[in-house]
Ligand binder design. Structure first.
Ligand SMILES: *Cc1c(COP(=O)(O)O)cnc(C)c1O
Length: 238
């Protein structure tokens, strides 16, 4: 049976090949290991194989794992990638390093207000509903520029870029289209926004099934779960 370490190696090979095909530097794509529903022991195994970035979807589960792996806290980066409710922003602002799923201004304002002063600004991506997104969360491309302008000015956040979860399926060419659209939105945001301290260096797109398409279109962070840990057990929503 394939181990987590074998699977991880395979995913890293896929990333390297996709970078080569796109004539991109292998180091230009970061692997975010999506660990939702998997136990802390699996995360430790992945950490031992060299992984430093973990993505979690559910606030309570993510907080529990951050606590469980507290001894490694200084080495790890924790990314919230699931939908966020207004009443759950505080622990996220206090415990995570990144939030990829900011989909309205109100959430960003709360995260900024609640980000503790002794921590670095919270890195955020705006989630865009690029192709009738599976989760149906995300800003429309039309409302994105104005929300981005306001988020970029929030003092305790650092707007890093955009995230999307395109509809699954289709061949490589079909998969590339929504990723290309997200990349184009980031390019135009870069031209429009000149808030100081904003980096806009991140395209969070590509998962187990479509990371090649995402990398071909410029992904800088791919979020991969099942290709590393295997099929997730079915779980109820948040
Ligand atoms: C679960 C999840 C992933 C990982 O999906 P896989 O298909 O298991 O790689 C990536 N991004 C988000 C937002 C997710 O919820």
């Amino acid at each position: 049976m394939a181990t987590i370490k074998d699977n991880l190696q395979q995913v890293q090979n896929r990333i390297a090949l996709a970078c080569k095909a796109a004539q991109r530097e292998p180091g230009s794509v970061r692997l975010l290991v999506v660990s939702k529903t998997f136990p802390g022991s699996d995360l430790r195994e992945t950490h031992a194989a060299g992984v430093r970035c973990f993505g979690e979807n559910y606030v309570q589960e993510g907080l529990a794992k951050i606590a469980e792996l507290q001894d490694l806290r200084h080495e790890l980066e924790w990314h919230m990638i699931g939908p966020l409710q207004g009443n759950k922003t505080r622990p996220v602002a206090e415990a995570f390093d990144w939030v990829h799923s900011v989909d309205r201004l109100k959430i960003a304002q709360r995260l900024s207000e609640q980000r503790p002063a002794h921590l670095a600004p919270l890195n955020v991506c705006l989630q865009v509903n690029i192709s009738g997104e599976v989760s149906k969360s995300g800003l429309s491309p039309e409302e994105l520029p104005e929300v981005a302008r306001q988020v970029a000015n929030l003092p305790r956040l650092r707007l890093r870029g955009l995230m999307a979860i395109p509809e699954p399926g289709g061949d490589l060419e079909a998969q590339r289209q929504p990723h290309r659209a997200l990349a184009a939105l980031l390019t135009s945001l870069r031209a429009q926004l000149q808030a100081p301290g904003q980096m806009l260096d991140t395209l969070s797109m590509g998962m187990s099934a479509d990371l090649e398409a995402a990398i071909a279109e410029g992904a800088t962070m791919v979020r991969v779960g099942s290709a590393i840990f295997g099929q997730r057990p079915r779980i109820a929503a948040n």
